[in-house]
Ligand binder design. Structure first.
Ligand SMILES: C[S@@+](CC[C@H](N)C(=O)[O-])C[C@H]1O[C@@H](n2cnc3c(N)ncnc32)[C@H](O)[C@@H]1O
Length: 379
């Protein structure tokens, strides 16, 4: 439970940072959320005032950097998948995420907002009191990741209209650090039961030994602040540890994107105070094609297509299968799991990438997900 049954205050802080980004940082914006300010309700002036007065404080600019880069990465991916016909978006720990109320995409896409009940009730009140229209494509699904089992998440989503037989994009931004490993595992177990071709984008925070100085200093300040708000950080995961968790739960890692890799190097030449931190990493993973029991492994495992996964006219949401040995046995540690000290790693023997330059990562990720006979996967 968040904050002893109170609505999440960190959700408010994240929305304040998104709103402030458009007011105190220079152009070009990393991510534009014009509705964030409205959702701050009567606290808008107070919260934005901190950013206006102390905008270059490392805690405030670190938060703006973190919330904008993760939302941009995720909504770019959603746009690419939606262009191929994906029409279900599940936001785990939605907080004051405003995608459902501001994006044109939110009409063809049904948005399932999952959050702890008190926070969700508070958000619904805020939407009503600020006159923010809730479209029929926005669906609220109250779930507490700590208290409710993996089945509950799926069951409640299905009761709310989610079709587990069709692919979905699932985002989980700014949440895992507040959870126990057990709750993270249960949630991954639920997501792995979604349709093949579904994708998960999950943010995790690196443990202290893998952070740079700026990341460590931000973490110390943010940890103190969130603990004071009743929402202490509990779990830090290296790329290697998250990778193991994903694979244990039968999810296929696609890429790990440290914050500095969420933008092209030229886009970090900013005239404001926003700089990347070695602390947050965005992992993208896929629900692989279900393994039908076969006597021998397919010759080209990554070209396996799911019968139920394709969505869109060209079946663009491709369920690239994992080599059976990966999902059946688990894998050893990921080469180069120390993100910070690994400038460029090509495809490993397992075929995914860590901390490689974006262009290289995209190229190889494309090669992995688009075997020569497969329809192109949106990037
Ligand atoms: C820092 S906010 C991030 C909100 C949003 N994802 C964003 O990027 O703005 C953390 C969110 O995780 C949710 N959360 C934390 N613990 C949770 C739990 N045990 N069950 C469900 N939601 C939880 C909070 O309610 C809150 O909305």
């Amino acid at each position: 439970m968040v904050n002893n049954g109170q609505p999440s205050r960190t959700a408010l802080m994240a929305a304040a940072a998104r709103a402030a980004h458009l007011l105190v940082d220079d152009s070009p914006a990393i991510f534009a959320d014009p509705l964030a300010r409205t959702l701050l309700g009567e606290r808008a002036e107070e919260l934005l005032g901190y950013h206006r007065s102390f905008g270059e404080h490392p805690l405030l600019c670190g938060t703006r950097t973190t919330v904008t880069t993760r939302s941009r990465y995720t909504e770019d991916r959603l746009a690419a998948l939606a262009a191929r016909g994906l029409d279900q978006y599940v936001i785990l720990g939605a907080g004051l995420d405003s995608f459902a109320y501001r994006s044109e995409l939110a009409h063809p896409v049904t948005v399932f907002e999952v959050d702890e009940p008190a926070t969700q009730a508070w958000k619904r009140d805020l939407l009503a009191s600020t006159g923010t229209a809730v479209p029929p494509s926005a669906v609220f699904v109250p779930v507490d990741f700590e208290r409710d089992g993996a089945r509950s998440l799926t069951d409640r989503l299905v009761r709310a209209g989610f079709d587990p037989g069709r692919p979905a994009l699932v985002s989980w931004l700014g949440v895992t650090m507040y959870l126990t490993r057990e709750a993270i595992g249960r949630t991954l177990a639920a997501v792995s039961g979604f349709a093949p071709g579904s994708e998960l984008i999950v943010e995790h925070f690196l443990p202290a030994e893998l952070r740079d100085e700026a990341g460590q200093s931000y973490a110390e300040m943010a940890m103190a602040a969130t603990a004071e708000q009743g929402e202490p950080w509990r779990t830090f995961l290296s790329v290697e540890q998250l990778d193991r968790l994903l694979v244990e739960h039968r999810l296929q890692p696609v890429e790990y994107v440290p914050q500095r890799e969420t933008l092209a190097p030229a886009d970090w030449q900013r005239t404001d105070a926003l700089r990347p931190l070695d602390l947050p990493v965005l992992a993208r993973a896929r629900v692989p094609a279900r393994q039908v029991s076969q006597p021998t492994a397919p010759a080209e495992p990554w070209s396996a297509r799911s019968s139920g996964a394709a969505c869109g006219a060209d079946g663009g949401v491709t369920a690239a299968g994992s080599p059976p040995s990966e999902t059946a046995t688990g894998r050893g540690p990921v080469a180069g799991a120390a993100v910070r000290s690994t400038p460029a790693v090509g495809p490993t023997s397992q075929g995914w990438l860590i901390a490689s330059p974006r262009s290289q990562r995209d190229r190889i990720a494309t090669e992995r997900t688009n075997p020569p006979d497969a329809t192109s996967m949106p990037r």
